[in-house]
Write a protein that binds this ligand. Structure first.
Ligand SMILES: Cc1ncc(COP(=O)(O)O)c(C=O)c1O
Length: 401
């Protein structure tokens, strides 16, 4: 058998979330997310209909024609549905030539960073979406950290960015893991900053629907995207509740979209037509309006009830008003790894906060007693049992772990 040292490929470990999944498998013999497990480390939404939400399709109609190669940046009907969505809900001013379709959000993010000119220094917050760290490392991208830690309550300001720049902002909004969301004037100021000479930015809106009181998008504030180096990324993964379709998109200037078209022709070959057909239907205006509302209401309620219970158990939460995670410090000086060892016995796990630390690597992370608790995959009726498991793992004597 071929061993790793004999491999022709450069070794690279999986991104952080998978590290936790493998530890979980070793300890419990089960895949996190399978029946009976409590997948609080994972970032997927419910894929079944929500109360008051639209139906979720369980079949896709297509013809022989749809077995042909797809177009490089996306099928015309799908591009039109994405264009209409942003123009309708945010008064954006984009055309189909401003959109490129990818097989999920991450490939769009990765492609943008891969083609970013070396003179653009990436500006990334200290506490961010795990694979940003892997992508920056793998691509050897120079980057500067914007403070996002307990001292500023994980709420950096526009001044922090101004001080660090010029550069290329890489930011999830709502933020994974903190849920902190820039909206209104603050988001407008960020958009304006990113349109200045020497600046640019990727605003990752994977959790757009999961913000209260309303979904928010940078596209509301971009006057003419063709004059910018802004990239707004989203996907069918979270708000449309369809991670398995593997569909994502990037909205950018026409000139930047052309680069993605060329990339697709060389390295991707487009995105599966049946997935695009399905997502086109998910984005129809009436359905999308209903989905935006029901996702906001359901996950808003879940955010509040888990917040109350976790605070009652001694967690110090810093969660904002978006996303489907709680972000906070564990009680009683527990580290996230110790907490997970206890949770594994109940077939449960959280994501250790250090995996969201963009400055990790050399020394131990300062986020070792932080956790990201995901309520994305949870049905409303698991609440009491979930809190009981957490309570029993918090109060367990330190020497047991
Ligand atoms: C911040 C953020 N961006 C993008 C994504 C997109 O993921 P995918 O590649 O599964 O569409 C995710 C999923 O976890 C995310 O959390």
């Amino acid at each position: 058998m071929l061993t790793l040292t004999e491999s022709a490929l450069t070794h690279f470990p999986p991104m952080g979330v998978y590290e936790t999944l493998f530890k979980f498998l070793d300890s419990t013999g089960k895949y996190m997310g399978s029946e009976g497990t409590h997948p609080w480390a994972q970032g997927f939404p419910l894929t079944s209909p929500l109360p008051g939400g639209p139906d979720i399709p369980t079949r896709i109609d297509f013809t022989y024609k749809d077995l042909k190669y797809p177009q490089a940046t996306g099928e015309p009907e799908f591009l039109a549905a994405i264009r209409d969505y942003y123009n309708h809900f945010y008064g954006a001013n984009i055309g189909t030539e401003n959109i490129a379709v990818f097989a999920g959000g991450r490939p769009g993010i990765y492609a943008t960073l891969a083609f970013l000119k070396p003179e653009f220094q990436v500006l990334v917050e200290e506490t961010e979406y795990t694979p940003y760290w892997d992508a920056l490392k793998l691509l050897g991208r120079k980057h500067k950290l914007i403070p996002s830690n307990p001292d500023n309550h994980f709420r950096p300001s526009i001044e922090d960015y101004e001080k660090a720049g010029p550069g290329f902002v890489l930011k999830s909004n709502p933020c994974n893991p903190t849920g902190v969301t820039w909206e209104n004037e603050q988001l407008k100021a960020l958009v304006n900053l990113c349109t200045r000479q020497g600046w640019g930015g990727l605003i990752d809106e994977a959790y757009e629907f999961f913000h209260e009181p309303e979904p928010e998008s940078a596209l509301r504030y971009i006057e003419d995207i063709n004059q910018t180096n802004l990239f707004v990324v989203s996907a069918a993964t979270k708000g449309l509740q369809a991670p398995g379709l593997r569909v994502g998109w990037v909205i950018a200037s026409k000139a930047n979209i052309e680069i993605f078209r060329n990339f697709s022709s060389i390295a991707m070959g487009g995105v599966a037509r049946p997935s695009q057909i399905c997502t086109t239907a998910l984005l129809q205006p009436d359905r999308a309006a209903q989905a935006r509302k029901s996702v906001g209401v359901y996950y808003g309620e879940q955010r509040r009830r888990y917040e109350k219970a976790l605070v009652g158990l001694g967690f110090e939460l810093f969660t904002g008003d978006g996303g489907f995670y709680h972000w906070g410090r564990l009680p009683r000086g527990l580290t996230a790894d110790q907490f997970n060892e206890r949770l594994f016995r109940h077939e449960a796990a959280i994501l250790p906060g250090k995996l969201c630390d963009m400055k990790r690597g050399a020394a131990d992370s300062s986020l070792h007693n932080f956790m990201r608790f995901s309520f994305g995959p949870l049905k409303a009726d698991s609440f009491e049992a979930d809190i009981e498991i957490i309570r029993s793992c918090v109060v367990e004597d330190q020497h047991d772990s």
